[in-house]
Design a protein around this ligand. Sequence first.
Ligand code: 5AD
Ligand code: SF4
Length: 444
Amino acid sequence: MQSKKNTYYIFNYGCQMNASDTEHYAGQLEEMGYVPAEDFHTADVIIVNTCCVRESAEKKIAGKIGELKAVKTAHPQTVICVAGCMAQKDGDKLLKKHPQVDLLLGTAYVNDFKSILADYLSDRQGGVYTDLTIHQSEFEGKMVRQSSFAAWIPIMYGCNNFCTYCIVPYVRGRERSRDIENIVAEIEQAVKEGYKEFTLLGQNVNSYGKDFGEKDAFAKLLRRVNEINGVERIHYMTSHPRDMNEEVIKAVAECEHVCENFHVPFQSGSNEILKKMNRGYSREKYLELIKLIRQYVPDAAITTDIIVGFPGETEADFQDTLNLVQEVGFDAAFTFIYSKRSGTPAAKMTEQVPLEIKKQRLNQLMEAQNASSLRCNEKLVGQQVEVLAEGPSKNPAVWTGRTRTNKLVLWPAEGKNYYPGEKVMVLVDAAQTWLVKGKAVQDE
Ligand code: 5AD
Ligand code: SF4
């Protein structure tokens, strides 16, 4: 059924920023006349958009790149491009290991992909684009978004924090904020195309605008986006507890469309470990921040990221993490086993924690967090929640969607034809760890 048009296929891994970069790549390819391939084996251009935040991700991706060798042998004209954080980190080393790769595209070249590909097609000379000091181009043009109503909007690139476990500052470079007018223009365009829900993305969104020397620029950005006609929901991630301040919390509280969910990674509950991680706040400061959030936004959902088994983490340090989870009562947490990333300061720290212990701690932590998630969801039973419908569940008679606080909701369609992005009021009648269930409330 596929026409004679050139085709593309993108494998995407990692965080939301990568998901957004993939939408940029797809947009540029479609501007060049490419259409999505049904099967990557026969695609004319294949992009592997990579992640290197943990070793497990890297191993899986290296396997996928290896698989493409057979594709290149069968179709030597296929353009194979490895993009993203692994390409940035490994550069030439990756090309030597995987000679089937034609183009290596680091993280600062996403918006220049169209011209890089055109150059490659004209002379078939492979290239490595990994300079991180260039100014990232602003994006203008077509975007192929995954969702028909929710859009990722990058607001800044890079990170200046250098948490000692984290590879991100080395592969995404220094913080560069996007021009506010460019951000607003992208959102306005997306609204015209029917988008309603916007997630502002950055490794550390609370630092937005600091490179322009502007104070409280992130809070101002939230207020500005809130004013755009047609924007219904605004989310943002990720926040850093050290940089999250009262101005931002106030903006969330006062702006109708900014959703009341706060993702504030604390990483460890032990002051000793937080210091070794170079996080720049203490357990006490973090708890003060949570108090402030609850004071301004009492119904806020609060989520977090936690690492177990950072070098030198003792049982007492781990108990501090566990206590913090219990004390705050997070709605959800992304929990990770510390993964040694060479080139980061923590990789050189002695006292690496044995894997068995890390696994035990992770299990214990997940158990505590699951209980907390269930308690938070149980509070919704009996309440009416505003849901943006996403699509049918595995059972087509049951629809799924999300609340403003990003909770997954399931309800029976009862013969009604919902559409993705439709606003539905649901009366919650049951809670589980990962979701709530209910019934749609009929419009009056
Ligand atoms: N090992 C484990 N988890 C990590 N993260 C970042 N670097 C590492 C690492 N080396 C986690 C942090 C961060 C999330 C995106 O990934 O919790 O917030
Ligand atoms: Fe990594 Fe820390 Fe930057 Fe997050 S804030 S990307 S954990 S260095």
